[in-house]
Design a protein around this ligand. Structure first.
Ligand code: KIV
Length: 288
């Protein structure tokens, strides 16, 4: 039987609806693990600023990810590699100011955690102390187990990220589906187990075959959050700009655009420009 949180179909007529106060609750990392065990799907969305954080929180999203897609979506970089820790902290602070209930997870950007567990600790601590994040996410599996162990044993909740890990775009030679060979799939299953054993509270599975995501989801006791990983993950994550048609590039197969705000905003801006040029705006109504 589905519960009230599962399979809610988006209905534009209901777009103003916010979850009633009584079913909004403060989301914590341990609570997400409980969600997996009671079969309540976990909703995750990225956000990069105060307004987006506030809207996602009011809509009852469980986890707001200040992803390093920030670099592409908000800062105009080609990929996530150039994103700095200071940029992540700046945007995490902004998002956090809009959030009351959701768990705010911030990405550790490329080059701020791979060299050693100690480096990872200092970077993660800044995301929590200065950015106000509740948890951090990092890309990698087995080889980062020691790092995840140090962070979690120091009180920092960690979310892993397996499959297409965009910070490795230069190694992969592009954004390609991962885990297609038997060896790659086995390594990913081992990585998922290693993340759990090291204390991670969940993991993103990005762009991997749905069957592999289903297997990992069944084998680990912590939630899997899919993006391009099929319907059997414990939750789903989508990138803000993809949901609203404001991605400055081609649409991705795993993304769903719920409302094409890009077109709506562009059209509104044309109308505004016309009205200013034709001296139809401002009117008396808009004047003091
Ligand atoms: O940075 C990001 O937005 C992400 C999601 C795509 C999972 O890592």
């Amino acid at each position: 039987m589905r519960n009230r949180f599962q399979r809610r179909v988006f209905n534009p007529a209901m777009a103003q609806t916010v979850l009633p106060e009584k079913i909004q609750e403060k989301i914590t990392a341990p609570r997400l693990i409980e969600f997996k065990h009671i079969g309540r799907k976990i909703v995750v969305v990225t956000a990069y600023d105060y307004a987006a954080g506030r809207l996602a929180d009011r809509a009852g999203v469980d986890v707001i990810l200040v992803g390093d897609t920030l670099g592409i979506m908000a800062l105009g970089y080609k990929n996530t590699v150039p994103v700095t820790l200071d940029e992540m902290i700046h945007h995490t602070k902004a998002v956090k100011r809009g959030v009351k209930n959701a768990l705010v997870v911030a990405d550790l950007p490329f080059g701020t955690y791979q060299a050693s567990p100690q480096e990872a600790f200092h970077s993660a601590a800044r995301l929590l102390k200065e950015g106000g994040a509740h948890a951090v996410k990092l890309e990698g599996g087995v080889h980062l187990a020691e790092t995840v162990r140090l962070l979690t044993s120091s009180g920092i909740p960690v979310m892993g990220h397996l499959g297409l890990t965009p910070q490795s775009v230069n190694l992969f030679g592009g954004n390609k589906i991962q885990g297609r060979t038997t060896d790659a799939a086995e390594l990913m299953v081992r990585s998922a187990r290693a993340l759990q054993e090291a204390g991670a509270f969940g993991m993103v599975l990005e762009a991997i075959p749905a069957e592999l995501a289903k297997r990992i989801t069944a084998e680990v006791g912590i939630p899997t959050i899919g993006i391009g990983a099929g319907a059997d993950c414990d939750g789903q994550v989508q990138v803000w700009n993809d949901l609203f048609g404001i991605y400055p590039g081609r649409p991705l197969r795993h993304a769903k655009c719920y409302v094409n705000l890009g077109e709506i905003i562009e059209e509104a801006l044309r109308t505004y420009a016309d009205e200013v040029r034709q001296e139809a705006f401002p009117t008396e109504e808009n004047s003091h």
